[in-house]
Each structure stands twice: as C-alpha cells, then as structure tokens.
Design a protein around this ligand. Structure first.
Ligand code: GUN
Length: 279
C-alpha cells in the first residue's frame, strides 16, 4: 500500500516560509507584487488564477489581476506586458496559458522581463535551467522536486521516467531530475515500449494530460508515482493522469489529485516571486 505524498501539507510549509520572509521585508518597507494576466474565459485557467490570487493574499503579496477579453490582440497583450515590465510594484509577471489561438505564446513569453518571469518560461531562464545555474525554477517541476525532498526521497542513481515532453512540465522536470543525478527517460506519444519503460521506473512522473493514463501494470512494485495531471471528467470531478485506485496498492508513494502537485505549483510560484523581490 502506498504512502500518500500530501501536497496540501507540504505546500503549506513552503507558503509559511515565504510569508515569514515577506513579513520581514515588509518591516523594511518592501512590498511584493505579482501580476497575473488572463485572456479569455477558459474555466480551468480561471480556477488557477483565482487560486494564485488567494495564495498571494495568504503570504502577504499584493496581486494585480488583468482579465482581458478573448478578442484582445497580440499587440495589446504585449503592450500590457511591457507596462508590467516597467512597473516597480510588480516583482513577478505571470501570463496564464493557454492563450487564445490568435496570440503567439512565444512572442508573449519572450517579452516578459527574464528577472520578472516567475514561471521560468523565458528562453533565458530555460537556458539557465539547462546549465543548472538558475534563480527561478518552473513551478510545477520545482514543486515535484520539493515534494520528493520533503518526503526524503533521493533520486540519485534512480531510474526516473517522465511521461510527457511539454516545455512547461516534461522537459524541465527531466532536467531537474538529471541535476539530482537521476537516470532520466522521457516518454511521449511516439514512444514504442511505454509500458516496459515505465514499469522499470523507480520514480514515475505522469504529465500526459489524459485521465487515468497510467495503469497498475505500468508501475513497478514500490515505485514513487507522481501525478501532474489535472483532468476534468464529464461528471465535473478532477482526475489525474494516474489510475490512483488501481496503482495505490502497488506504488510505494503516490500523489493524489486533487491535493498533490497542484498546490505545490502555486506555492513554488510564491517562492519565485519572493526570490524576484529579493533580487
Ligand atoms: N497553464 C498551466 N500551467 C501553467 C503555469 O504553470 N503557468 C502559466 N503561466 N500557465 C499555465
């Protein structure tokens, strides 16, 4: 039977540390601000943005929300980003993805000042991550690493398999595991022997975006199973990329959805915003 890695408990610890440092900075007259930009009315994005605002209030940051209509042009969005780049109250800028199809996401990411890029999506920050010399880590992979560290799981020399190769999760996740001396395999939709590769993993990270994609026969006895998925079922319930019930008895450790990686992502965003303010 698996031990549950509780993202709510671990994220609360991270946020408490951020709050403590934020309170200290406030006594020196320094306040911290995060700008969150959302374009259109994607319901999932709306939930994420609300959670980010709530977390800002918890740790004592100011949050500046910019909710723009779906028809916003790329030029208008870039203009807002440039304005936020120059705004001294704003330490971190987050443009919620995905953006409407008529907007080039890369153009937007490339316009965010790298030292305010608390998502760590700008190519300059991605380059720093590749080299292993970074100040910001992308929030979801960083949250996973924090969960592993706080659970006492050392990945050094372990077989770690990441399913998914997105710029936001899969690729940086693999890089962070590699920096900790794991042997890393990245699997994706063209991978031929997926089941065989996964069932050799000591640590299996699922970032596929398909509900219950990881079945029990893909999990090695005693493996650490990390579920980055956040899928909405037809009945409205949230469901991860891992078949949690089926894998629970086989895994050594498992993260639930909700209450696993999700809260960690937000806690790491708060940590990045604090880092930006301190710099
Ligand atoms: N959409 C899904 N995850 C993320 C994230 O971590 N940051 C941003 N900006 N958009 C997202």
């Amino acid at each position: 039977m698996a031990k549950i890695i509780d993202g709510k408990v671990i994220s609360a610890k991270v946020k408490a540390q951020v709050k403590e440092e934020t309170d200290k900075l406030k006594t020196q007259g320094i306040s911290i601000g995060l700008a969150v930009v959302i374009v259109g009315d994607n319901p999932a994005s709306r939930v994420y943005v609300n959670n980010k605002k709530k977390a800002c209030a918890e740790v004592g940051f100011e949050s500046f929300e910019y909710a723009l209509p779906e028809e916003t042009t790329q030029e208008e969005l870039l203009e807002l980003v440039k304005q936020l780049n120059a705004d001294e109250r704003v330490n971190g800028i987050l443009v919620q993805l995905p953006l409407p199809k008529h907007i080039d996401e890369n153009a937007v990411i490339n316009t965010i000042r790298p030292d305010k890029d608390v998502d760590a999506f700008h190519p300059e920050n991605v380059g720093h991550i590749m080299i292993g010399d970074f100040s910001f880590l992308p929030c979801t992979p960083a949250g996973v690493m924090e969960m592993l560290a706080q659970t006492g799981i050392d990945v050094d020399g372990k077989n770690c398999v990441v399913i998914g190769r997105s710029n936001i999760v899969g690729k940086p996740m693999a890089m962070l595991l590699l920096h900790k001396n794991a042997t890393v395999t990245i699997c994706h939709s063209h991978t031929k022997n997926l089941k065989e590769i996964c069932s050799n993993a000591d640590v299996l990270v699922a970032a596929v975006g398909k509900a219950r994609f990881v079945s029990a026969d893909m999990v090695k006895e005693g493996a650490v199973v990390i579920d980055v998925g956040m899928n909405r079922l037809e009945n409205g319930k949230l469901c991860g990329d891992v078949d949690y019930e089926a894998c629970f008895d086989k895994a050594g450790y498992i993260t639930p959805v909700p209450g696993g990686v999700g809260p960690m992502t937000i806690a790491m965003l708060m940590k990045n915003t604090l880092t930006s303010a301190k710099k």
